[in-house]
Design a protein around this ligand. Structure first.
Ligand code: PEP
Ligand code: MN
Length: 368
């Protein structure tokens, strides 16, 4: 077993300090991987405690970890500045609230265009839509596949919204990467470790949904698989967990959202749609998620919700999205935050640089 070393540099340290660390490594070990995580330059290497001790004395080094378990790259402890993830020019985790909206599944050019124009005009900052759908039943609509991806990139460019879409397996990952600005890893793949590694290695931002049977600790360890590939652009997405309760489709765990803002430096997005599974409940839970400190929302919205081929019961009409945006704007203003708006200049890829965002100076909502 090869021991792992994580070298976290001081905030002001740069690639030249990383070069010094690499120099130290090259004398005794294989070269490490220099990357940006949580606003810090990090070197991921192999080696034991002896090497770690030597690296601790190197200029610009803040901490040298020798983890054997856990998720040190995902936790806030060594990354107090926080992560800002750039998705095609839209920033997640910079203090704003970004709404990512669109249909559960891409069904046709007309449907996707209507959805994209509709969500953009109502204030969404990014477009969601599934081309590869992980369906519980093999008889259910599986998505349009590559044709759906082509529609997503075409329509995303036309309306100038970055595209967030799910990747369901390692085989289709290169294809999805050619069309998306952010890879979504679904709840059913949340512990598919080979997929997590491959998504990490792709360098694209990753929206990592919580496994519906995963604890927060397991979720952060899943994020760690992506981060370990040197990809700091990870966003966590709470989408509901399985509980005994069946009045909603899943149980949306907003307590975990508030907890994660303390535990981790990664931005947190909430998907109220899959969490509740019923369109009447999307608005209250979207607002609650924003109050809990979410950095973004992922919402199923459809031009004709009743005829949606996937998750029709939870799809909201475009006008309901508009109403939610009005509420969110008011709420954000009263909390001293703002809604993240779509950008006019559309850039096909994010910069993937982990910028800095401070810990909120106060709790997002005054309770009491
Ligand atoms: C989705 O967002 O379309 C989806 C399938 O979500 P989840 O993986 O959370 O079920
Ligand atoms: Mn869905």
């Amino acid at each position: 077993v090869v021991a792992q070393i994580v070298v976290v540099l001081e905030p002001e340290a740069g690639y030249n300090n990383a070069g010094t660390v690499q120099g130290q490594l090259s004398a005794v070990s294989r070269p490490g991987l220099t990357c940006r995580i949580g606003g810090r330059t990090v070197v991921l290497a192999e080696g034991g405690e002896q090497l770690a001790e030597r690296l601790r004395a190197t200029a610009g080094v803040a901490a040298v970890l020798t983890p054997t378990a856990g998720a040190p790259l995902a936790q806030r402890e060594h990354f107090p500045e926080g992560t800002v993830v750039d998705v095609g020019g839209v920033r997640l985790g910079d203090g704003g609230l970004a709404v990512i909206a669109g249909p559960c599944a891409v069904e046709s050019a007309a449907q996707l265009r209507a959805a994209a124009v509709g969500v953009r005009s109502r204030g969404a900052a990014a477009l969601r839509g599934g081309a590869f759908k992980p369906r519980s039943s093999p008889y259910a609509f599986q998505g349009l596949g590559e044709a759906g991806l082509r529609l997503l990139s075409e329509v995303g460019q036309a309306v100038r919204l970055p595209v967030v879409t799910e990747v369901v397996d390692v085989e289709s990952l290169p294809l999805v990467c050619r069309h998306a600005q952010m890879l979504q890893i679904g709840t059913r793949n949340a512990q598919n470790f080979s997929l997590l590694r491959a998504a990490g290695a792709s360098g694209l931002p990753v929206l990592l949904k919580r496994g519906f049977g995963c604890t927060v600790e397991e979720w952060l360890q899943a994020a760690e698989y992506v981060l370990r590939e040197g990809n700091g652009a990870v966003v966590l997405c709470e989408r509901g967990i399985r509980s005994f309760e069946n009045s909603t489709r899943f149980t949306l765990d907003l307590g975990a959202v508030a907890a994660l803002k303390r535990l981790s430096h990664l931005p947190v997005v909430v998907d109220p749609s899959h969490g509740v599974g019923r369109r009447q409940l999307v608005r209250p839970m979207a607002l609650a998620a924003a109050a809990a400190g979410a950095d973004g929302l992922l919402i199923d919205a459809h031009p004709e919700p009743d005829s949606a081929l996937c998750d029709a019961a939870q799809a909201i009409p475009l006008d309901e999205l508009g109403a939610i945006m009005v509420d969110l704007r008011r709420m954000m203003t009263s909390l001293g935050r703002r809604l993240t708006t779509a950008r006019n200049e559309w850039s096909p890829t994010g910069s993937h640089t982990a910028l800095r965002s401070p810990l909120p100076a106060r709790a997002p909502v005054a309770v009491g």
